[in-house]
Design a protein around this ligand. Structure first.
Ligand SMILES: NC(=O)c1ccc[n+]([C@@H]2O[C@H](COP(=O)([O-])OP(=O)(O)OC[C@H]3O[C@@H](n4cnc5c(N)ncnc54)[C@H](OP(=O)(O)O)[C@@H]3O)[C@@H](O)[C@H]2O)c1
Length: 340
């Protein structure tokens, strides 16, 4: 397994991480046995980074990871946990809570659910606009000092917030959407990460499935699948975006890759600071995704992939309007305004 470091200082992780969200939430029904088998297959292939959030299935995802890791040495896997997103029993999103007391409380529950005494990277899933980021990060630092957390992370934070947080304590990685379809990070956020030595764990590398090449116009989103409400999966936007996927399929085939592999390889090629998270929830999809690591793409091949899905050509925003408004990364013109 190829490795990268999270930021200039590490820790070292596999060059691709496994995002476990869809095994518990948001993408419709998941097969529990297949989810566990997928996590095991990832670990056996050398993947060392598992990403979760305490609000993915309201603890379900953490309990699933606990079960998957049973009997395996704790120090051979890095667990990245997001906290702070508020949800009601129906799953509706109610904002964020980044108060220090909330941070410590979330962590206490997470440690119990995961059956471990430390989390490797701990991060607010969203920046709480009512709490100074210094206070939220300060609480994580206290938890580092107490031995319950190893590294500070952030998620969907803008460039200014990154600087403020990094001033309190080095940030290991920023988790943020980055793909051929969503390139907003390139304008201000990626340069700040390079300057400060902050790693990026990129999510949505497959555009939540669109770039995987298995989504079709006829595929209706199942109950509980947020893609049914997603602007990029709706009506004419979907037609236009599927046309981009076909162009990607052709460019990928030219270098012996699937669209998913080309999309992952493209993100890997953008900077050594970037570790793509793939949201595979089946072993076959995982094997396909890890195949991206074998791609030997020269500048011409990368340019062809880039040209197949040109910056700014995607139709639709990367989140529904109400959820987009929650993103600190979109608030301070960090995004540059195109290709989101
Ligand atoms: N920080 C944040 O705000 C945030 C937000 C979202 C996600 N995340 C994290 O990032 C992880 C990845 O995000 P994501 O799941 O939205 O992104 P993704 O990897 O872009 O999309 C995953 C979906 O792509 C489809 N797919 C098609 N071919 C695939 C292949 N070869 N390998 C993997 N998936 C393939 C699968 O859909 P089907 O299974 O339906 O075929 C899968 O559910 C999440 O699990 C989560 O841990 C973080």
């Amino acid at each position: 397994m190829q490795t990268r470091t999270l930021g200039y200082l590490g820790p070292g992780v596999s060059a691709i991480g496994l995002g476990c969200m869809g095994m518990s939430d948001l993408y419709g029904p998941a097969d529990r046995a297949e989810s566990l088998a997928t996590i095991h297959a990832a670990l056996d292939a050398g993947v060392t980074l598992l990403d979760t959030g305490d609000y993915y299935g309201m603890g379900h995802n953490e309990l699933l990871i606990r079960e998957a890791l049973a009997g395996r040495p704790r120090d051979q896997v890095m667990i990245s946990v997001k906290f702070g997103s508020l949800r009601d029993p129906s799953g509706a999103w109610l904002g964020s809570d980044g108060r220090p007391a909330a941070v410590k409380t979330y962590l206490a529950y997470t440690l119990r659910r995961l059956g471990t005494d430390y989390v490797d990277v701990y991060r607010p899933g969203r920046v709480d606009p009512t709490v100074p980021i210094e206070d939220t990060v300060g609480a994580i630092v206290e938890m580092i000092q107490a031995g319950h957390v190893r590294h500070v992370g952030l998620s969907e934070a803008g460039a200014d917030t990154l600087r403020r947080a990094h001033g309190v304590h080095p940030v290991a990685d920023l988790q943020i959407e980055y793909s051929l379809l969503s390139r907003g990070v390139e304008a201000r956020i990626l340069p700040v990460c390079r300057e400060l030595g902050i790693g990026i764990t990129a999510y949505g590398v497959l555009g939540r499935g669109l770039l995987g090449g298995h989504w079709t116009k006829e595929r209706a989103a199942a109950k509980g699948d947020i893609r049914g409400f997603h602007p990029r999966y709706a009506g004419e936007n979907l037609d236009r975006n599927l046309a981009l996927v076909e162009a990607l399929r052709a460019a990928a085939a030219g270098v012996g890759l699937t669209p998913a592999q080309a999309a992952i390889a493209w993100v890997l090629s953008r900077d050594e600071l970037i570790v793509p998270l793939v949201g595979a929830r089946r072993r076959d999809r995982l094997a396909e995704a890890l195949g991206a690591l074998d791609a030997q793409l020269g500048p011409d091949a990368l340019a062809a992939i880039d040209a197949a899905v040109p910056a700014g050509e995607v139709a639709g925003e990367r989140y529904p309007a109400r959820l987009l408004a929650d993103l600190d990364s979109e608030r301070d013109s960090s995004s540059g305004g195109t290709g989101l």
